[in-house]
Design a protein around this ligand. Sequence first.
Ligand SMILES: [Zn+2]
Length: 451
Amino acid sequence: MSLPFDRVFLGDIVTTSEILRNGWIAVRGETIAGIGQGAPPPAAEIIDHTGRMILPGLVDGHMHTSSAIGWAGIEGASRSAAAGGVTTCVDMPYDVPKAVTSAEILAEKITWVERLAHVDFALYGTITKTGGVDAIAGLAAAGISSFKVSTYEYDAVRFPRIDHPTMVAAFREVAKTGLPVAVHNEDQELVERLTAEAKAAGNTSAIWHCRTRPPLAETMADLEIFEIGLETGAHVHIAHSSLARGFDIAEIFRKMGGKATGEACIQYLCMTEDDIVRLGGRGKCNPPFRTAAEVERMWEALLADKVSNVSTDHAPWPADRKGSPDIFANGAGLTGMQTFAPLMYTLLDERGLSPTIMATYCAERPAKLHGLYPKKGAIRLGADADLLVLECADYSFDEATIVDRPEMRWSPYHGRRMRARVAATVLRGQTIWDGTNVLATPGTGQFVRRS
Ligand SMILES: [Zn+2]
């Protein structure tokens, strides 16, 4: 006798609006085929997470799997994603040795995803410093989810600053595709001058990372990208705002008719300047951590619905790139995917807020931003059966539990008290993390096109 469903998951279902106690999610094949409460329907297999929360698998809208060691980094980073409840990575294009600047390079990266990924991947595309505008239409047609460009140059080839006339031309082309363009928002001239002055004065301790990238460096960049967006009709998205003011500026441009949005990263909802002093190189990311008062303003912006989504900006530099006493000699970027779900739950719970906010900002909203919804980002009929099972707990996060390759096993959240752990992660109906082990193998993950 054939049963109507392959598998039924039991638990408290957390949607963007409510928590369905004693709920069930029925799966047929790879998709959600039934949702309810109370007695579950017959199925070939019952997976009992009673007493635990079942959220949509997280969609991390911003990370860099391949900026340290190239596309080989997809394997370990996606293993860490599986352990952190992230079922879809939207991976940035600034890869070594080559950034995703053409449909051909995109096709090459997709073969690496399909060979190495443990979770599903959507991909950003970008443009070369000069002459890259012509590739925009082809990248969009080839299925990227979004574009990314920068106002600040980390590397002339891999992560270039796009000058103003090129950005105007690029945004005009991007507007025709309907895709969003996320922008790294820091003012080059301001940061370069302040950094040169700090170095000349011998100021190379950790706090000088914050002092050389003041709030004005961000907000000046926010203004110019939104002005160009307003002029060209492109949807311009701040890739990461560490400042509530960034969201206020986006709102002003929306009121003027612009398609302007901004994203928060989880570190800007909890880390402060004191943390980079404590962590040194391991607390270095761009934009930098701000003040405790700014963290409070970030939460006010989030709760006032000014923030599009919350991501990690996971950038797993090997630990030996994060240990210099000269803050300027360290790589910029944090690890964060494996702590994403436990930390987001903890931050919400510490403020008396509901995990429904995580379902909104860390699953549904990023899926919508990147054109992956309703296949991704929600517990709803017909969606991929991507689930995050959270269990209340009380423990200190230990970076030694990170399942990325050994040199990436460090975390700025090492020792942080957590109130939940990821008891299971489910990708398209299959359990890929059981709370202890990653059950997915390289190649379990698939490329997901923007729909
Ligand atoms: Zn980033």
